[in-house]
Design a protein around this ligand. Structure first.
Ligand code: MG
Length: 290
């Protein structure tokens, strides 16, 4: 794991580095508060060891800023301080630090506290990962989709450009489950997901919307280009049958496409794609509408 050390004293830095040597972590160093903030945002370390007394910016101010920024707020902070006063400790912990270590630190104690903080960070990362992934298809789930759409919408408002989404629904999926059973149905979902994901570009985000519905977020893509893209995805699903648990299953999917133009929110964008999907169902399925 990667640890960022922020301390203005080269001696203190060298001691902390030596104390943490042989633990197998990458140690990054910053010699002041501002440099530390920049390094935290750039490097996204797993833990920050933060000196309280620094000339350019106090460790408390650095911590406050770290906790305000979405990109750095979940990185655990351990304060390092020459003063072991209760007031400082309380202040540091109230600012969101996970721990407070008094200099000169005992090597065993520092290492144990670092291990504890990293253990918690690892669990927190795992929880976050699983909270955003659909367990069946391992695609991003609805929550991850909502987060990404909010980000893309904010980017659109700031920088302009295009944003489209594609909504796909497997046609008559209930028949697959009824005819072949749920194990085959699940495998069909996984394989459809794979074909959709294989058709996506690096910047697109395929997600499972729920049931047999999928959404692809297509940034920097105008509505007509997204419709062409959806047509390629449609063909990739119906072009050849799937093999699932020894059964050959032919499936098709219907697609709805919407671009951001004229819409006021990411929710409206999803609603527009959903309406387009409804139209492609009404038009006989296995087609793309926008
Ligand atoms: Mg200092």
């Amino acid at each position: 794991m990667r640890i960022l050390l922020v301390d203005d004293s080269p001696d203190a830095m060298a001691v902390a580095k030596a104390r943490l040597a042989h633990e197998g972590h990458d140690i990054l160093c910053a010699g002041g508060g501002k440099e530390g903030l920049a390094a935290a945002a750039r490097e996204n370390p797993d833990l920050i060891l933060l000196d309280v007394d620094m000339p350019d910016m106090s460790g408390f101010d650095v911590c406050r800023r770290l906790k305000q920024e979405a990109a750095t707020c979940s990185i655990p902070v351990i304060f390092l301080s020459g003063s072991g006063g209760t007031e400082d400790k309380v202040k540091g912990l109230d600012l969101g630090a996970v721990d407070f270590v008094t200099k000169p630190f005992d090597a065993f104690e520092l290492r144990a506290r670092v291990r504890a903080a990293l253990r918690t960070k690892h669990l927190q990362d795992l929880l976050r990962k699983y909270a955003l992934i659909d367990p069946l298809t391992e695609l991003p789930n609805r929550r991850a989709l909502d987060e990404r759409l909010q980000q893309e919408w904010a980017r659109l408002l700031r920088h302009g450009g295009n944003l489209s989404i594609i909504m796909a629904d497997i046609d008559h999926f209930k028949n697959v489950n009824d005819q072949f059973g749920h194990a085959v149905g699940d495998e069909v979902l996984r394989q459809v997901e794979r074909r959709l994901a294989d058709g996506c570009r690096e910047t697109d985000m395929p997600a499972r919307y729920g049931g047999e519905e999928f959404v692809v977020v297509a940034p920097e893509t105008a509505a007509q280009a997204a419709a062409d893209f959806a047509e390629r995805l449609r063909i990739s699903i119906c072009c050849r049958p799937l093999e699932a648990h020894g059964k050959t299953v032919a499936v098709t999917a219907s697609f709805g496409v919407a671009g951001h133009e004229g819409l006021k929110s990411p929710e409206a964008l999803v609603g527009a794609a959903d309406e387009a999907l409804y139209r492609s169902k009404a038009a006989g399925r296995n087609c793309v509408k926008r």
